[in-house]
Design a protein around this ligand. Structure first.
Ligand code: PNS
Length: 158
């Protein structure tokens, strides 16, 4: 069985993430979406909320499993017996950071990282920008799944 891990914070999942997860799900038997538990970073949604949203919006793919992890991503990949990580690359600005992480991850564990180019429709999109726009009342429809849009608007408006 060919399995791959798609890691991230997913606070919350965007259409850009979903595009990468969906395209990856057509290439592998199973995609494990790994949600980072990061106690040092303040998040808008709890890990469980992020997992629930991811499960709901990836259900239709039929071969996506959502898990949480803390610590090193490569340790999670090894525990799960998954040899490959897939990451989306939005622009050249992502490259330096992602290349360094991919090389360190390979050096530490032999786990490979494959980069998938983001759909240009979403190349400007990030969860942080999205939250900022939503917080100030901007329109983020079309950038996140409808279910996430509702929860996001509700959360930022208190
Ligand atoms: O969505 P994000 O926040 O850009 O995702 C980043 C993530 C979770 C992929 C990255 O921070 C990560 O892998 N963190 C786990 C700790 C780790 O393994 N660091 C790499 C050291 S080379």
């Amino acid at each position: 069985m060919r399995r791959v891990v798609c890691p991230g914070s997913f606070d919350p999942v965007t259409n850009g993430h979903l595009d990468i997860i969906g395209r990856t799900s057509r290439l592998y038997d199973e995609v494990v979406v790994a949600v980072l538990i990061n106690i040092e970073k303040t998040s808008l949604f709890t890990v469980e909320e992020r997992i629930d949203m991811l499960q709901a919006v990836t259900k239709e793919y039929g071969n996506v499993r959502v898990e949480k992890f803390h610590g090193l991503l490569v340790d999670f990949a090894r525990e799960q017996g998954i040899p490959t990580i897939v990451k989306g690359l939005r622009a050249v600005s992502d490259f330096d950071y992602e290349l360094q992480m991919a090389q360190l991850n390979y050096r530490m564990s032999g786990v490979e990282t494959l980069f998938m180019s983001t759909n240009p429709e979403y190349s400007f999109l990030s969860s942080s920008r999205l939250k900022e726009i939503a917080r100030y009342g901007g329109d983020v429809s079309g950038l996140v799944p409808d279910l996430v849009l509702e929860l996001l608007v509700e959360r930022v408006r208190g």
